[in-house]
Design a protein. Structure first.
Length: 300
């Protein structure tokens, strides 16, 4: 599955359509150009999502009627939502509803957990909230992985979850949090939740191996949940003193762009985070990060 070409075309498609509808391209006003990413802060999940999607051109820009959508949150740990180790369950419910409003035929929610799957799905409240919103919540099964040719620098092939591969569109919804090995875990690292095999092998020369695989499974849209942020002892957490309520969301059709912006939440520069830096060097960003068009919104 090569989503990157789709993402490029989607990012450029609305602009191209606008040009075609006008007698002269120069009449297109600057404010009509959709941003590369949206940063929204000081809101509750529903409001953050609404403003993010509206300013990206609406979810129907990405999802068409009759399509199957996979939402990939972080459900990896047996933690309640307030510990900020997993994606906000209310946000997953709101995204599910937005997908159906955009015409999606079905919405699937899944993640390969680190702790016991049933406890993770239940105690994060993602299973409950997503199901109530109409999603099919799937626990990962070992017989549903499909080997994908990667042909990367260090990885030649890797098993990826079939439902993810077969989806028409994918929405990646990581929570922004500290990570003891990679400093932070955001959109790029969240995609490990659809990888099978021995994921421990990836942590040796992590930035290269993660990029090798991610190049072939980039999502349609990345929405970074920064309503709560885990600032220490990630990725598991467990101490409420290490949770900061930032009430923020970052959304972009480019996962690398979203991660690049989210480093600001932790006071980090890209040179400090090897896997993000390497992904940029390897060309996984679809926008020019030196000239990003970012729409920043503070809700009142």
């Amino acid at each position: 599955m090569h989503r990157r070409e789709f993402i490029k075309k989607t990012a450029q498609g609305s602009l191209a359509a606008s040009f075609l509808s006008l007698p002269m391209a120069k009449t297109l006003l600057a404010e009509e150009v959709l941003p590369d990413a949206v940063w929204v802060e000081n809101g509750e999940p529903a409001d953050l999502l609404r403003h993010a999607l509206e300013n990206l051109g609406g979810l129907s820009r990405f999802i068409k009627a009759g399509e199957t959508v996979v939402i990939k949150p972080n459900i990896g740990w047996d933690r309640a939502p307030e510990f900020a180790a997993t994606t906000n369950p209310d946000l997953i419910a709101h995204i599910t509803k937005a997908c159906f409003n955009a015409g999606a035929k079905s919405v699937k929610v899944l993640d390969r957990t680190c702790n016991n799957p049933r406890r993770c799905y239940r105690n994060t409240r993602i299973e409950e909230k997503a199901a109530d919103a109409g999603a099919e919540v799937l626990q990962v099964r070992e017989n549903r992985y499909e080997t994908v040719a990667v042909n990367g620098r260090l990885i030649s092939e890797w098993p990826i979850y079939r439902d993810y591969l077969e989806a028409d569109k994918v929405i990646n919804v990581p929570i922004a949090k500290h990570h003891s090995l990679s400093l932070v875990t955001l959109g790029l690292k969240n995609l490990m939740g659809v990888m099978g095999g021995n994921r421990g092998e990836i942590h040796n020369k992590f930035e290269i191996k993660l990029t090798d695989i991610n190049r072939h499974i980039l999502p349609t849209l990345t929405i970074i949940d920064a309503y709560r942020i885990l600032t220490q002892n990630g990725p598991v957490g467990g101490n409420l003193d290490h949770v900061r309520t930032a009430r923020t969301m970052i959304a972009s059709p480019c996962t690398v762009t979203a991660d690049y912006l989210a480093l600001e939440l932790f006071g980090l520069k890209v040179n400090q985070v090897e896997h993000v830096k390497y992904a940029i060097e390897e060309g996984l960003a679809i926008f020019d990060l030196d000239q990003l068009n970012v729409k920043r919104i503070t809700l009142t």
